[in-house]
Design a protein around this ligand. Structure first.
Ligand code: NAP
Length: 523
């Protein structure tokens, strides 16, 4: 049963008179449950108990934190039917997508549990002293990463499970030893409550301190603003629009004590196609990209929003095939009328641009929340001149850029703002694919894909899901994969400490048996 209330630690609470409902985009009607926005006193209580919980939670052993994460995964598994039921009603996404995302969420939790048991994430480094070093002695220095403190996570609209309540940001922060306050996404507050209840149950079963997790509902931006401004909060995780991410980043930097905001925002994910690849099989390539552009109604941050190649007969054949394929794919429901209308207004803007040619036609009359798939084209020169063409249009569309030569291709790459991904489609002996092009692309992106599609983000240690601004607010970190834990850790050095007062991680006898660097040698 969904109560519509906030979880302030393990207590359900609803003291505000501000309420809202979620929306079923498939039937274009509100769902029944009434949700209560978190009140000021609930926000204060959640941040206070998170701060108190932090003192205990940071001392909880890595092994026990791992048990907590695995228990969350088990609790989610037990309620998978209930999750599917509400998830589909709140998103319009199909059951298979929900189950896929749930599986991914559970695997993420388990992969952080494994990381905790393995121990190297704390990057322990020990430099032994040299008392008789001249002219001054060298002290005993020992360093490890420690949790930063309570973290606010903003749930993402487009991943109600994998990047929301118990998603990657929450799992990585809890793994790091940081309590989490979840600013639930209003579009899927019911899914958020069910998942929150699973986290709370897991926390109780594994004896975690109350306040290690809270879930706050919101109708508008006020709850998020107050959370980011709370002195008890020490970092923020966000997935969403550039506008929202930037606003939160600015808020956090204006605090008396600024805190880090790890925001993953918009991206058009440029795809570079080289001539030999087109000659080898433009047909198959077009089919593959039609699927990648339309999967999940294009509501992925890695959606291929821009496709670039040289003017040629084969590129024209590819474009024609892409248009034909994409027109044949039935539109699928978007997450919410707001996202649907943001998509339509983005498409209208691009249609009005006199330098852009629309290639798909609107044979199908658009139905509510079912978007029209759109392919348009523009010359390289005009693309470089008009920065507005780089704005992410969140949905099933892509802009084709035609270059006259490699100089123009370079100019296009140089003109890009930071991106999550860049894709190269080529034969390895293609003379147009030079190291200079690869180097130029590498400067702009967090991940370069060779002969693949950018959609589909593998969760593993080598994944980088981030990139230079505005793809993210800090290109040194990833939002996906076990390395995302680094966002919530800070280094602390202990100088000349007696053995008995050192954390176990730094003691000479290595009681936790973790991998450490000792005088520069990893043991
Ligand atoms: P959003 O508008 O950026 O909102 C995300 C979260 O941030 C929401 O919980 C929202 O709160 C909060 N928020 C937004 N602006 C804020 C501000 N100024 N101060 C404090 N909190 C703020 O993203 P969305 O709702 O997920 O979707 C809207 C658009 O974002 C989409 O159409 C798409 O363009 C983009 N988007 C991009 C990605 C991506 O991965 N690149 C993913 C999802 C969405 P409230 O909802 O409570 O107002």
């Amino acid at each position: 049963m969904i109560s519509g209330k906030n979880y302030i630690g393990d207590k359900l609470s609803s003291t505000s008179s501000v309420t809202f409902k979620t929306f079923n985009p498939l039937i274009n009607l509100e769902n029944d449950v009434i949700f209560f926005e978190a009140s000021d006193s609930e926000i204060q209580k959640a941040t206070k108990i998170a701060s108190e919980a932090f003192r205990h939670y940071k001392q909880v052993s890595a092994e026990d934190r791992a048990r907590f994460l695995v228990q969350i995964s088990d609790e989610l598994n037990l309620i998978s039917d209930d999750i599917v039921n509400i998830y589909c009603k709140e998103t319009g996404l199909p059951e298979a997508r929900c189950l896929g995302e749930l599986g991914r969420t559970m695997n993420q939790l388990k992969s952080f549990a494994n990381l905790l048991l393995e121990g190297s994430f704390q990057e322990v480094s020990i430099d032994t002293p040299i008392p008789d070093r001249k002219p001054i002695s060298k002290p005993d220095l020992r360093k490890m990463l420690t949790p930063i403190g309570p973290v606010v996570v903003f749930g993402a609209s487009n991943f109600p499970l994998a990047y929301s309540t118990a998603g990657g940001d929450t799992a990585s922060a809890l793994a790091a030893g940081c309590p989490v306050i979840l600013k639930s996404h209003p579009m899927h507050a019911g899914t958020g409550e069910l998942v929150s209840a699973a986290i709370i149950r897991a926390a109780k079963k594994t004896n975690m301190p109350n306040g290690v997790f809270s879930n706050l509902n919101s109708k508008g931006i006020e709850v998020g603003v107050k959370l980011v401004n709370s002195p008890d909060i020490k970092a923020v995780g966000f997935t969403g629009s550039l506008k929202g991410g930037r606003a939160i980043y600015d808020l956090a930097s204006k605090r008396n004590h600024p805190i880090p905001v790890f925001a993953e925002m918009g991206s058009v994910n440029p795809v570079l196609i080289f001539p030999k690849k087109l000659e080898k099989g433009y047909d198959e390539l077009a089919k593959k990209f039609a699927k990648s552009i339309t999967i999940g109604s294009g509501q992925f941050c890695t959606n291929p929003g821009v496709i670039i190649s040289f003017e040629s007969e084969t590129f024209d054949l590819f474009i024609n095939k892409l248009v034909e394929e994409i027109e044949q794919i039935s539109p699928s429901c978007m997450l919410h009328p707001n996202i649907y209308s943001a998509y339509n207004s983005g498409i209208q803007k691009i249609n009005k641009n006199k330098n852009v040619t629309k290639l798909t036609n609107d044979k199908i009359k658009p139905e509510i929340n079912l978007p029209t798939h759109v392919i348009s084209s523009v010359s390289a020169k005009k693309f470089v001149e008009d920065k507005s063409l780089q704005n992410e249009i969140f949905g099933p569309c892509s802009l084709i850029i035609k270059c006259k030569n490699t100089d123009e291709l370079h100019e296009v790459i140089e003109s890009f703002e930071g991106q999550l991904t860049g894709t190269i489609l080529a034969e390895s002996n293609d003379i147009h694919l030079t190291q200079k092009i690869i180097d130029a692309l590498e400067l702009k992106v967090g991940r370069i894909i060779f002969n693949g599609v950018p959609t589909g983000v593998e969760v593993c240690p080598s994944m980088t899901h981030g990139g230079p601004y505005p793809a993210s607010t800090d290109s040194r970190f990833t939002a996906v994969g076990t390395n995302s834990i680094k966002r919530w850790l800070r280094p602390v050095s202990f100088q000349d400490f007696p053995q008995n007062l050192l954390p176990d991680e730094l003691k000479d006898n290595n009681p936790l048996n973790i991998m450490r660097s000792i005088d520069g040698i990893v043991k």
